[in-house]
Design a protein around this ligand. Structure first.
Ligand code: MN
Ligand code: MN
Length: 478
């Protein structure tokens, strides 16, 4: 009897690399899991709009899952021990000791918690034409014109002279006021509209509208009457009343302005999520979920989850991935032994869990269609990032790429390619090269995203879920 030729027997099906849309053929159970992950993720986005807020949420979850702050941990590490370190409230590293100790190599996920935004300058508050404004310095790579005429919220911390830390969050609760940056009306924008997009709105034009009502003295005191900037005075009086701060306290403060809107489903079919700060929280959240899902049983290898800060400005600074924080934590897992630490690194595997630029049909010309990642087609693997001849790329080795691909294939996790645009059209990087510097195997691997670094980035729910499953499989089997 001859067998009918099934689809699988076709030579092209056997040899070509092809991808399906991950929504195709999905069952009800999986659909529920996708929706559950999307819901918890949207809550995370709304609770964590700054790196500090994300760290608070993550540490809280770690504690609830039995993780102990390594600063207070005074026992010896044994299989199943769960510890974490909170680095200056802006970065976190957590670990579960496996049946094999850290020195034999760890499986690591590394994402970042900072996102592009507008930071206040050191002396930010001024008054012009009886309007009070905050002067900003943008953080990370933004298209400045995208940040005008949207509602903004004020988040951050001020530490006063007495050392008291004051947390500020205005514009998130229902009924809260918001802030905004004005833009020129089209009627008078003839000159502006002829400028290049990079200078149509300049960095020094990103000043935030903060008030317009002059200080009204309760009594007829002459010292207030003589003040020229009464609107500014009124705002300082409000801030002093509510937070006990004075103008010079801004000098060292960390105040970030971020979009005030909440995360939403996008599309009639609700297949996507739109929100601020998804680079890189859309990788941080599934990384944490995968890590926690494995933390309650003793894993084979020691598992580590790293959430860094300052990635958007080159990972420098004492909370960034280029600092010694990661080594300082890992050396404790290696019993304080420097040689064991070096061995641990050389035997470890890491996924640098960061977003990839999803193909956008509106801007097709800058993407390489054959090598780009696509919305709805799974977790994106980027062998290399960098720019202009792979400059600054970590460029994962073939052996490690094959190992990760095999793990994903085995677990039926659909993965796709993830090149950041056509060659010489630009470029970018992640924390992969700093991990590679320590001698470990590392590959960039995460969620494809539309409108990256804009106030409202978009991802697919099915990619978020596929990424979660990919991270889970990696932690288990790498
Ligand atoms: Mn990123
Ligand atoms: Mn980024």
């Amino acid at each position: 009897m001859t067998k009918t030729k099934t689809k699988k027997d076709k030579l092209s099906d056997k040899l070509f690399f092809s991808l399906k849309n991950c929504w195709e053929g999905i069952d009800t159970k999986t659909e529920k899991e996708i929706e559950n992950l999307a819901s918890s993720y949207k809550r995370f986005l709304d609770m964590g709009k700054t790196e500090r807020e994300c760290v608070d949420v993550i540490c809280d979850l770690l504690e609830k899952n039995g993780f102990v702050n390594i600063e207070t941990f005074n026992k010896t590490f044994k299989p199943g021990t769960k510890v974490y370190k909170n680095i200056r409230g802006k970065s976190v590293i957590a670990a579960v000791i496996g049946k094999k100790p850290a020195v034999e190599g760890c499986n690591i996920l590394g994402a970042h918690l900072d996102s592009p935004r507008l930071d206040l300058k050191q002396n930010p508050l001024y008054e012009d034409s009886e309007l009070a404004l905050f002067d900003t310095h943008y953080y990370g790579g933004i298209k400045k014109y995208q940040w005008t005429t949207i509602p903004l919220a004020m988040h951050g911390v001020i530490v006063n002279e007495a050392g008291k830390k004051i947390t500020i969050k205005i514009g998130e609760e229902p009924g809260d006021p918001v802030f905004t940056i004005t833009d020129l009306l089209p009627h008078l924008a003839k000159e502006q509209m002829e400028k290049k997009a990079s200078v149509a709105v300049e960095a020094e034009d990103l000043d935030i509208l903060a008030g317009s009502r002059p200080y009204a003295a309760k009594s007829d005191s002459t010292d207030v009457k003589e003040v020229k900037e009464k609107v500014k005075l009124a705002l300082l009086a409000l801030l002093h009343e509510k937070y006990g701060i004075i103008e010079r306290d801004f000098a060292g403060a960390e105040i970030e302005f971020v979009p005030a809107f909440k995360a939403s489903d996008v599309g009639l079919d609700r297949s996507m999520i739109g929100a601020y700060g998804q680079d890189d929280r859309c990788c941080a959240w599934p990384a944490l979920q995968a890590f926690l899902a494995l933390a309650n049983a003793v894993p084979e290898k020691t598992l580590v989850c790293y959430f860094s800060d300052k990635e958007e400005i080159g990972s420098a600074g004492n909370t960034g991935a280029r600092s010694n924080n990661f080594e300082n934590f890992m050396v404790l897992l290696c019993g304080g032994n420097e040689m064991a630490l070096r061995q641990c690194f050389s035997r470890s595997s890491m996924l640098s869990s960061d977003v990839n630029a999803a193909f956008d049909p509106a801007y097709a010309s800058v993407f390489d269609k054959k090598n780009a990642s696509y919305i709805g087609k799974g977790i994106a693997l980027s062998k290399y990032t960098g720019s202009g001849g792979k400059y600054g790329a970590s460029d994962a080795n073939a052996e490690f790429c094959a190992k990760v691909q095999a793990i994903l294939n085995r677990n039926k996790v659909q993965w796709q390619f993830g090149a950041l645009g056509k060659v010489d059209k630009g470029g970018g990087g992640t924390i992969a090269l700093y991990a590679a510097h320590l001698g470990m195997d590392v590959l960039d691997c995460g969620v494809p995203i539309l409108s990256m670094h804009s106030p409202f980035e978009v991802i697919s729910k099915v990619d978020l879920y596929t990424t979660y499953r990919g991270y889970l499989a990696f932690l288990k089997e790498a």
